[in-house]
Ligand binder design. Sequence first.
Ligand code: HEM
Length: 210
Amino acid sequence: MDLLTKIRKNTGTLHSAAEHSGFIKRIVDGNASKESYAEYLFNLSAMYKAIEDTIDKNSSNEIVKDFVTKELYKYELIQKDLEFLLGDKLNTMELLPSTLSFIERINEIDNSSPELIVAYAYTRFIADLFGGRTFIALLSVNYGVPKEGLNYYNCDGIKDIRSYVMNYGAKINNMNLTEEQESKLINEVNNAYIYNLAISCELEAKLYSN
Ligand code: HEM
């Protein structure tokens, strides 16, 4: 069985949990708000910065070098959305503890096993090319977010999403990992889902628990 198939088999249930979790479910159900979406995005922005900086720092690593995919990077796009949605308020926002834990884990990976950053790149960037795409209509129709606040979803650098994703999957399968490294990578994809779940659930509890 190839590595991507193993990852999918291992993480399918967690994907389903993430898809239906806390704040993400709230957005999908139409019960969130433009302001709460901005807070979610603020936390996502920090996640992307950690992932993208770690990939760039390790761009000469034998495994990481194939995953320096600037066309998928989101930090700068999200910053534009945040400036539009939050204006000066952006300077007073604070990250969720779950997001800080996430960043800590990414720093650990940077220092100890940089190849594991691929787990986070895959989980966030490939999610953006699938479920993430459905958010454009959702955010503009249900929450009145205009295109100036939807730069995050821009995939102009990718001509054919299906073939791009297939090619990304092929790169994962060609990582040439030892059995031990493979199982660590699969675990780390689980961790990536768990952190995403935590952020979604924590934000839901923070904003809507009363
Ligand atoms: C409303 C929320 C979501 C929806 C509607 C959604 C939907 C989808 C769909 C339709 C696919 C394609 C499945 C396929 O073709 O086999 C997909 C794949 C994927 N999603 Fe989501 N998703 C959501 C949330 C998330 C979240 C929160 C994450 C993690 C951060 C995530 C990570 C992924 C990944 C990594 C894949 C690629 C899986 C693969 O390699 O086949 N998704 N999603």
